[in-house]
Design a protein around this ligand. Sequence first.
Ligand code: FAD
Length: 426
Amino acid sequence: MQRRQFVQTLGAGSAVAGLGGLAGCASTGGSSAKVVVVGGGYGGATAAKYVRLFSDQGIDVTLVEPNAAFVSCPISNLVIQGSKTIADVTTPYDNLSKRHGVKIVRDMVTSIDAEKRTVKLAAGGELPYDRLILSPGVDFMWDTLPGMGKAEAKEKVLHAWKAGAQTVALRKQLEAMPDGGVYALSIPLAPYRCPPGPYERACMVANYFKKAKPKSKVVIFDANDDITSKKGLFMKAWDEHYKGMIDYRPKHKVIDVDATTNTLKFEFNEDFKAGVANVIPNMRAGDIAVKTGLATANARWCEVDFLTFESKARKNIHVLGDSIQIAAGMPKSGHMANQHGKTCAAAVVSLLQGKEPPQLPIYANTCYSFVTDEDVVHVASVHRYDAEKKTMLPVAGAGGVSSAASELEGRYAHAWARNIWADTLA
Ligand SMILES: Cc1cc2nc3c(=O)[nH]c(=O)nc-3n(C[C@H](O)[C@H](O)[C@H](O)COP(=O)(O)OP(=O)(O)OC[C@H]3O[C@@H](n4cnc5c(N)ncnc54)[C@H](O)[C@@H]3O)c2cc1C
């Protein structure tokens, strides 16, 4: 998307229309301003690309990311179901550097010095910044599951909630499970990454069982009181396509796991031993954000100014994506992280030019979920900045959910993925 189109998306008259080249950047006395982006996922990769686009390549952008390529969580449940491979959901970072001039450093940021405005890299060395954009995603609260503390436990009882090696490993566990076995999926209390994602995963595992292991069962243990997203649509799919195969049990909070026996232990219910246990742990902001003191909401999520995504705890550091303390109705999703990335990029460019950041961010979210190989349902919402309340508010009457699952929405879902991967990385 070109800058002009983005401005139109935000709405005519928005202050973002003032963006231009970076001639005479105030913060660095004429030389290129430096933006360092930590994390090349949906939020960080988008922000890196759009800082370059919105500044007409005037701002120097370095993206630090340990992984060789971007692996998408959206669509990764189809890898577990078997109709996609991990290669199908993987995109190289090359275009960010080749087309947009983003410098890519394959490394981890281990610490941030907010006074000196530098980040330290695991491989050694430092990178200076004028503005830092952090999009480190989520990390898991392993302390809430003592039995999962050891590395062997983590290799055996998988979360597969960061797409990559664990996604492939979970598929292999399901392939190795005998027909008649039980797959148990545990869902943490909200908020967690991708509200409908676990229910989609249950559908995809049941879909695989229906074809390959029809005597097998899926048991969902949900710590929440009820299905947290697209409830009616998921229940309908379970009834129509997986009757007797999916057993949904709400109010089941996992408090520990015995990984040697695949046994889930609950706060109030009987222990449950599974053939394959897939435990999605409680989540919080990515380690680097927590370690830097940015997770000011319950020591869990990072509070930000929604006009700029600047941290409320530290000047010149912007946090976006799953790591933030969300506003009402705002999901932790890839689509949202991508929109945060653009809003933040526009604000960072303005701030580095000594201008007011755009005042009217508005963005949309759509999450598609596969309920069979082809049939898909969606939930959509639109969010607008409220200047008085200083937060993002859902726009009344916009968005909603599918009336029914359909194959047409299946095609939309694949197109959505291709488009957002291109928007983020091409
Ligand atoms: C199974 C599943 C299905 C999903 N389906 C959908 C869907 O259909 N639609 C949708 O919109 N969303 C979906 N999501 C949610 C979506 O994946 C996340 O909301 C999104 O990835 C968040 O983007 P992010 O930039 O915050 O984090 P991420 O995309 O996770 O990126 C974080 C990046 O930061 C890097 N990083 C972390 N720490 C450091 C550090 N110290 N130094 C350098 N790099 C670091 C990581 O390596 C990673 O690449 C799904 C999630 C799952 C698990």
